[in-house]
Design a protein around this ligand. Sequence first.
Ligand SMILES: O=P(O)(O)OC[C@H]1O[C@H](OP(=O)(O)OP(=O)(O)O)[C@H](O)[C@@H]1O
Ligand SMILES: Nc1ncnc2[nH]cnc12
Length: 214
Amino acid sequence: MPGHNSIIAHFDIRKTPENRCPGWYLALMAPNEKGSNYAWLDPSRLYCNQQALQDCIENLLLPFTDDQIDLVAGIDAMGFILGAAIATHLGKGFLAMRKAGHLCVKTRSKDYADYSGKEKVMEVRTDVIKTGLRILLVDQWIETGGTMKAAIKLVEEQGGIVAGVATICIEDSEGGKWVKKHYKCSDCVPEYLRSHFNNHVLENVQLYYNQNNE
Ligand SMILES: O=P(O)(O)OC[C@H]1O[C@H](OP(=O)(O)OP(=O)(O)O)[C@H](O)[C@@H]1O
Ligand SMILES: Nc1ncnc2[nH]cnc12
């Protein structure tokens, strides 16, 4: 099993490593063990360590230090975690961009397809986004970019301004590159690890962590 003998496999989420090398917390993510109906990895263990979550949030916000952000919007479901944490860190409010069928108020919706190839629908309430409102869009990950593009359209169609896009990783897919080209973006991936994420390989990331913490 990949990583079975590594420090990561036995990681105590209460402890923080002495050597917090750039992007150290990415090694806490776990590979897919359940097959093609799922994303290729699960980042959620990094939220379980306080320092990892804090470092991740601070890294994501660095490019936006001097920018005006009125509201943070997070994408259903895992984007809610980072989005709400970032909103609190900034002292701003949080708007939920939801998968269809949950909001019992008036909504605007957008069809999209994500990495799974399945057709999906995103919804947002219509009484929050106003002309000129500057919104930081947050999600856990951008793989094909389909999900983020739907969120961008929902913001812009209501007159909102996408002040930025922040996710743990923006893969260099066609859609990921499109988002990076048209919007100010941040992700947590140091350049020397980027090719591994683009190739959907996690072992090297964990190996790097182990080398720095043995
Ligand atoms: O760039 P894309 O190919 O569109 O994929 C990215 C989306 O997929 C994941 O969510 P997912 O719906 O898998 O899971 P979640 O509900 O657990 O957030 C991820 O968190 C993004 O929202
Ligand atoms: N949460 C996620 N983690 C890794 N890869 C993904 N692709 C789409 N969503 C993802």
